[in-house]
Design a binder for this molecule. Structure first.
Ligand code: ZN
Length: 631
């Protein structure tokens, strides 16, 4: 179905978060890195229950829900200290990070604030050991142009990243977080909600991503960038979608969310036509354990073995609606299951729209319908689990069913890798912020702003033009270099090595990409080493054909030198004499053909000699020598 987004009044706002490539974290001097090994330090804390930030959900219920949850934090000494563990106050704000955000902000024409005030924003999920996230506005009211359209930038802020969730235990009662990521500086850029189509949302995100990259001081790679989207349509609701990890996924996420909202709106219209009212959906949970005494359904069997029970609730006039697809492979029933999982800590729900299935027999469905007194038009949802979980899960199902009458619930959702989304939590009210009393405000002086403004990175288009002109690169290579993280390195290498710009550019873009694809850990070779490789190429000690091999070897032997690499690979270059002797020998063994072909023997000889000396002599030198000999 083709959707006319302008006509339906779609509005999208973006929040782009990207990690900064600083030498230390935001409020301490720990390394801003993640670790893969087993943790050196583990500590357990209770989740701090909070009654704020609850939106439309019953605060008392949410408080109770959080009360039993404990958090297991994992750390190592290199990436965490007492600050991350909330055992020591934060150190002064990292000004290197402030400068980077200021740089990006000025590139987006934003107005710097005079004083940076660190604020605390309540966090309810345990991802911050303190119970809040620290954040500070660096600049306000910017704007960028995307195509012909002016996109207002509401603010550019500096935030601390949260701990990363690595799993949970005991049915969600213990959540595991690694605090290595906690405190890594993030830039946050928020646009006004002026975006009107999925494609435009993606374009704007790419434009902002590019500006951040142009600062040269943001981290690269999956997990370093996260987008949050605010999506709304008239008669729908404002839905916040968190954690889209790839810029390329944004248009699909928006597209699916619009589909979901339109389908929910049409479901609510159908229910209204049937004269359904919220009051008709009752929290009457009927124990139907007996119905399933002999069941072949594995999930229910397992629950009964643990002496848990099965309870059901009737959703009047919902028959057929639970299997209605809202977005690909995602139905109204899926939304109810998400809610039940979240609030009831259950594995999932069963409903009659998908019955008989999962080993539940037709007779059992009949008995179930009878037990809850369901008519032909009604749907029945049932859950098998511990009694308190069953009750919480069914309550969440009833709440979601009631919301279906009014259309789209305002909520916070999390992005899945395929572009669909899942329920995350109720949408909080206005973000509650309060001042961080442990950190005094930092000044952004005029002199500071002036210095940053004078050193702003070259805008991307200008840079592209200059690279093509100054280095005679073709447009494709120039674009790749301008976009790459090595654009500064490129210019340094060309200037100091004298190697042709095209050779250096092709290596830093295409060759590195190919090596990475082949599993070479390209980040293990330092910029210094790359520079040295090209210095040797420039001086004729190393053939440019051997650069990739040398690079690959160095990536596997971290503490070794370039000299070691060349020795190990047998890449000693031929001396002039050795090369001459070789050329003489090749000519002698092919005497007849050479005499027959005369000057036209060049190509043949070149091929034969290069076969023996590839990587050990430059083709230019070989060519010159052969030409001399042929005379
Ligand atoms: Zn630290």
């Amino acid at each position: 179905m083709e959707i006319d987004y302008a006509k339906i009044g779609l509005k999208v706002g973006l929040e782009i978060h990207q990690q900064l490539n600083t030498t230390a974290k935001l409020f301490c001097s720990c390394k801003p890195e993640l670790f893969k090994e087993a943790p050196e330090i583990v500590f357990l804390r209770r989740l701090r229950p909070t009654q704020s930030e609850l939106g439309q959900v019953d605060p008392a219920a949410y408080f109770e829900f959080q009360k039993g949850v404990r958090i297991r934090y994992e750390a190592n000494r290199e990436t965490s200290c007492l600050v991350e563990m909330d055992e020591e106050p934060p150190h002064p704000l990292n000004m290197e990070a402030v400068e980077t955000v200021l740089t990006a902000a000025l590139m987006m024409n934003a107005e710097p604030v005079d004083e940076v005030h660190v604020m605390r924003k309540t966090v309810i999920d345990g991802s911050n050991t303190t119970g809040f996230q620290r954040t500070c506005v660096i600049a306000l009211d910017g704007c960028i142009k995307v195509g012909a359209k002016r996109i207002p930038i509401q603010h550019a802020s500096l935030e601390e990243d949260a701990a990363r969730k690595t799993g949970d235990e005991e049915g969600g009662k213990v959540i595991r977080y690694r605090i290595d990521r906690l405190g890594i500086p993030l830039v946050e850029v928020a646009t006004a909600p002026v975006i009107n189509s999925p494609a435009e949302a993606q374009e704007v995100a790419l434009a902002i991503g590019k500006i951040l990259r142009d600062t040269g001081r943001v981290m690269r790679g999956l997990g370093t960038i996260r987008q949050d989207l605010n999506v709304s349509i008239p008669n729908g609701a404002l839905v916040e979608i968190k954690g889209v990890q790839e810029l390329e996924l944004i248009s699909r996420v928006v597209e699916y969310e619009v589909q979901r909202q339109l389908n929910l709106i049409s479901i609510s219209e159908e229910l209204k036509k049937k004269k359904m009212e919220a009051a008709a959906i009752n929290e009457e949970f009927v124990d139907v354990t007996d119905v399933f005494k002999q069941t072949k359904c594995k999930v229910i069997q397992k629950a009964l073995e643990k002496h848990q029970n099965v309870k059901a609730v009737k959703l009047p006039k919902f028959k057929g609606l639970l299997k209605r697809e809202l977005m690909p492979n995602f139905r109204l029933g899926t939304e109810m299951a998400d809610r039940a999982r979240f609030w009831g800590r259950v594995g999932g729900i069963f409903h009659t729209d998908e019955m008989p299935a999962y080993g539940v027999a037709a007779e059992e469905v009949e008995a179930l319908r009878k037990a809850v007194n369901a008519s032909e038009e009604d749907a029945v949802v049932f859950v098998a689990d511990a009694p308190e979980n069953v009750a919480d899960a069914l309550r969440a199902v009833v709440e979601r069913a009631r919301e279906a009458l009014s259309g789209v619930p305002a909520e916070t959702r999390a992005a899945n890798a395929d572009g669909t989304t899942r329920y995350m939590r109720p949408r909080p009210g206005a973000a509650r912020m309060y001042p961080e009393t442990d950190i005094p405000p930092s000044l952004i002086t005029n002199a500071f702003v002036r210095r940053v403004r004078q050193n702003l990175p070259e805008p991307a288009e200008k840079k592209l033009e200059r690279l093509m002109k100054e280095y005679s690169l073709n447009e494709k290579l120039a674009k790749q270099i301008a976009d790459s993280e090595h654009s500064v390195l490129f210019e340094v290498i060309v200037k100091e090595s004298g190697v042709s710009a095209t050779t250096v550019a092709a290596f830093l873009t295409e060759t590195l990409k190919a090596l990475k694809r082949d599993g070479v850990q390209t980040e293990k070779v330092s910029e210094e080493q790359i520079k040295e490789i090209f210095r040797r190429v420039g001086s004729g000690e190393l053939a440019k054909e051997a650069v990739a091999d040398v690079f690959g070897w160095l990536s596997k032997h971290e503490s070794k030198s370039l000299r070691d690499a060349m020795n190990a690979l047998g890449l000693k270059m031929f001396s002039k004499q050795e090369l001459e002797a070789l050329v003489d020998r090749v000519i002698a063994t092919n005497k007849q053909s050479v005499e027959k072909l005369g000057k036209n023997a060049f190509g043949m000889l070149m091929g034969l000699v290069m076969k023996e000396v590839r990587g050990k002599a430059s083709p230019d030198d070989v060519g010159t020598l052969i030409r001399e000999k042929l005379k």
